[in-house]
Write a new protein. Sequence first.
Length: 355
Amino acid sequence: MVVARLRQFLLYDIIFENHEVMNLTKLTKTVVEAISVNALKPSYLWDDLLPSFGVKVLPSGSRRYVLKYRAGAGGRTATQRWATLGTHGAITCDQARSLAQQTLAAIAKGEDPQAQKFVQRLAPRLNDIWQRFEAEQLPLKKASTARDYKQVWRDVIGPELGLKFVKDIRGDQIDRLHKKLVSTPYAANRTLALLSRLFSVAEAWGMRDVGSNPCKHVERFKERSRERYLSSSELTRLGQEIERMLAAGDIYPEAAAAIKLLLLTGARLNEVLQAQWAWVSFEKRTIMLPDSKTGKKDIFLSLEALKVLDWIKSHGRDPSSAFILPGRTAGKPLNNLSKSWHRLCGRANLEGVRL
C-alpha cells in the first residue's frame, strides 16, 4: 500500500513539474467553487482520483476544467498537451471528469485529441479562400467584374459564411442563403455564382474534396426581364428636364453629358463613364474602346452625340482631363450617376426606369 502510494506521488511529480500544485483531492462542485483566486496568475487544483485532470482558476475568477497529457506513446520526451474540457458552470464537475476519462481512453489508443483541435483551428475558412482568390484571380478579371465580386462578398457572403470552415459548409446552408435573397433574384444568382467559383478553386487548391461543391444542387431563381423602354413623350420630358436642371445648376455638366451619351449611343454605363479623349475619333465618329465587357469595341457617334462631346469640352470641370467625363477626384473619371439619375427621374415624372 505504501509502495503504491509512493508510486502515485512520483507520477504527479513527473506530470505536473513546473506547475504549482495546491493540493491533491477529489474535485467536486463545492471544492471547485471554494478555490481562492490569485489576482496575479492562474492557479491549479488537481484531482486525486484521476491523475492529470484538474481545474484552472484564472485571475478573473473563471474556472476551467483541464486535462494535461503527453502525446503519442507518452514518456517525458513526448509532446506535452493541455486540453480544456469546459468552463465550470457551463458543464458540471462530473461531466468534466467523464470527458477527461473519454479523452484519456482515446490517448491510450494512440490518438492525440488536442493536436486534432489544433489542426481544426488551422483549417481554412471561407475568408481564407476569398483572400487568396482576391489576391490571385480578381486582378485577372475586368474591373467591373472585380468590383461586383467584392461587393457581393462584402455585403452578403462574408458576413454569412466567411468564418465557417470550408470543409464544413453544406449545400443546405448555401440554399438558405440563396433563398434569403429571393426578393432580388438577379443578385441571389450572382451570389450563388461567386460562391460556386470559390468552392471550385478551394477544390483545386486541395482545401476541399474534389466534386464536393455545395452549390451544385442549389437551383437558380428565374430572373425577370428588367427592360423598360422610354416612350417618345418620356424622352421629350427627360431631355427638357436635363436642360432645366443644367440651367438651374441642379446637375453636374458631366452627369448631364453622360446621360445624353447613354441615350444617344446605347453604350453601357461604364463604357461611357470610363471613356477617354484619346479613344475618340471625330473623323470616324467613333469612341474606340480598347476593352469592354465583350472585348474591343467601337461606339458609333451620331451628330447629336458629337455635339455633346463638343459641349463637354467647354463646359466640363476639367478640360485637361484624359477622361471625357472627369470626376471630382483629379485624374479619376465620373463614377456614380445614381443621385443625379434619381433626381432627374423624379423631376421628369419617370418611374421604373433604370439607367
